[in-house]
Design a protein around this ligand. Structure first.
Ligand SMILES: [Cu+2]
Length: 559
């Protein structure tokens, strides 16, 4: 039996044990295993620069075959598990291989065998333009041998925030294993009614049933950025009157590769290492696994040398379970927050002292380094304490450093700006709430050492909600027991109407695709509306250990 099969069985077995025996038996097992993890080895902060993932390069168009079709990968025969796709004219084709590679998290640790898209952690950054489709063939070349015993070489790829058909959404059972490949068509057209609200920062990551947490922990995630006429690729250099001219521009590197300057995606993740310096993970920690080393774009506590001018940073919490509250260590505010999750905010939020970010959430900010003298060092730090996967604790000081910005002496021209109006809401609560006919309630509960939605574990054979295409609905979510669950709904960019009967905080007033439920905040009302596609999609907790332990449900959009 291949290793990943035994691993998947162990996940399901754990749940079965929890159902058959008392929950405490499983908890005993869990605590026994958790005790084995000692703190990670010491590492010196700020010894290496912040890596910026390579931009994915389109390849020559390839045939999208009906399944099954054999294709050759590295001389071997691979099996194409789904197709064909109706690829629109002008689409860009990409070919990405999921494979093992050695990765240095820190020079004081040995190179680690990670699993990355194209072998890199994070994976290549896709740059899409609204109106131009992307057809991506993901090829699974992950090894069956797995000495680290983290992850399973069976994968599904979800483009998070993607407005895409069910068969391209990375449904958790649409998996492809080692030696197989699958095509994903991303139309890159905006959601109906949101034509002037194209998405900005998406990401892609593994979503395979039962093993998502370990596969993402092992390295399978990357950014997918989208640009349009307003938030354009030319960015600050765009002379069109439509253009927002946010910080950022395209250049070509010395080696002829496209690079984006002054617009930097940063994924923050926590990891744990054993005494020999290799990634460690506790498969029995179903509360949510926490690491004690902090990565930015795959490096432990790197530094970034910056020019004295404005930068756009796209922060993603790519951690399995940890919630962060990020501050600048000099107690200066972030100059502007400009986006949350996939979309730019209607208006920028100026002088933001800090922001809280749960698993899978994104926050885009602009920091103006021109006001700092050359040589100034500013540390991006997390001040939110968290000792178990259940929920974060209090704000503490000093915080944990994540990235050190070092202000250089360069003061280049800075044509970028942060306009008063970014992405106005044309179709929001004011227009849609009066049309709501359907309300649904979802209660998030702990049960038998695992997690449920409305007292049910995920079951691929059961549809939990049947919304109608285009009809706005109000969903009310609540959580007991002091747990925090960052909930993610596929296909939808929704609005948070209220938290515990009160208006949401300022960073939750744009469209969202993940939101924190729980920690004594009562119930939360959101406005959802599904357009564009009928079919089956999932919604789930994005504490990925919770997701793997069945805190997932599915809806089927019908005509
Ligand atoms: Cu959860």
């Amino acid at each position: 039996m291949p290793h990943w099969r035994t691993k998947m069985l162990s996940r399901r077995d754990a749940l079965t044990i929890g159902l058959a025996a008392s929950g405490s038996a499983l908890l005993g097992l869990k605590s026994l295993h958790s005790k084995g993890l000692a703190p990670s080895p010491l590492t010196t902060p700020f010894v290496e620069p912040l890596p910026i993932a390579a931009i994915a390069r389109p390849v020559t168009a390839f045939a999208t075959q009906a399944d099954p079709t054999t294709v050759n990968v590295d001389g071997s025969t691979a099996f194409h598990v789904h197709g064909p796709r109706n690829v629109p004219a002008g689409a860009e084709y990409y070919w990405v291989e999921e494979r093992e590679a050695l990765h240095s998290f820190h020079p004081q640790l040995p190179p680690n065998p990670v699993w990355g898209y194209d072998g890199t952690v994070p994976g290549p950054t896709f740059i899409a333009r609204s109106g131009t489709a992307s057809l991506v063939r993901f090829v699974n070349s992950l090894p069956l041998a797995n000495p680290l015993n983290i992850g399973a070489p069976v994968t599904a790829v979800h483009r998070h925030s993607g407005f895409q058909a069910p068969e391209d959404d990375g449904y958790p059972l649409d998996t492809f294993a080692t030696g197989q490949s699958r095509d994903f068509l991303y139309p890159n057209v905006p959601e109906e009614g949101l034509q002037q609200n194209e998405p900005s920062t998406l990401w892609y990551h593994d979503h395979a049933i039962d093993t998502t947490a370990e596969n993402v922990y092992r390295g399978l995630s990357g950014f997918f950025l989208n640009f349009d006429a307003r938030d354009s690729l030319a960015g600050e250099e765009d002379t069109s009157p439509l253009a927002l001219k946010l910080p950022g521009r395209m250049r070509t590197s010395a080696s002829g590769l496209p690079i984006r300057e002054y617009d930097i995606p940063i994924v923050i993740q926590d990891r744990k290492f054993d005494q020999a310096g290799f990634l460690s993970y506790d498969s029995f920690d179903h509360n949510g696994f926490l690491g004690d080393k902090f990565l930015a774009n795959g490096k432990i506590q790197p530094f970034l040398k910056v020019d004295r001018r404005k930068y756009r940073f796209r922060f993603l919490n790519g951690s399995n379970a940890r919630v962060y509250e990020l501050f600048l260590g000099n107690n200066k505010p972030f100059d502007f927050a400009i986006g949350t999750d996939a979309l730019l905010l209607p208006n920028p939020v100026a002088n933001l002292p800090s922001f809280r970010i749960a698993s899978a959430e994104r926050v885009e900010v602009v920091i103006d380094f021109s006001k700092y003298a050359a040589g100034t060092e500013i540390i991006l730090e997390n001040r939110l304490e968290q000792v178990d996967g259940r929920k974060p604790g209090n704000l503490v000081q000093p915080g944990t450093p994540i990235v050190k910005f070092i202000v250089g002496s360069n003061t280049p021209p800075d044509p970028s700006r942060v306009p008063e109006s970014l992405r106005p809401v044309f179709l929001g609560p004011a227009q849609l709430v009066p049309l709501v006919k359907v309300r649904r309630k979802f209660e998030l509960v702990r049960s038998e050492g695992a997690w449920q939605i409305n007292n049910l574990f995920f079951d691929e054979n059961r549809i939990d909600a049947r919304p109608k295409l285009g009809d706005p609905e109000i969903w009310t979510l609540s959580s007991g027991g002091g747990w925090v669950h960052p909930m993610h709904i596929h296909l939808s960019e929704f609005f948070i109407l209220s938290r515990n009967g009160k208006p949401p905080p300022v960073l939750e007033r744009g469209r969202k695709d993940v939101f924190r439920v729980g920690a004594g905040e009562g119930s939360i009302d959101i406005l959802v509306r599904f357009t564009g596609y009928t079919g089956r999609y999932v919604f789930h907790c994005h504490n990925i250990e919770h997701e793997d332990m069945r805190m997932m449900a599915q809806f089927e959009v019908g005509p």
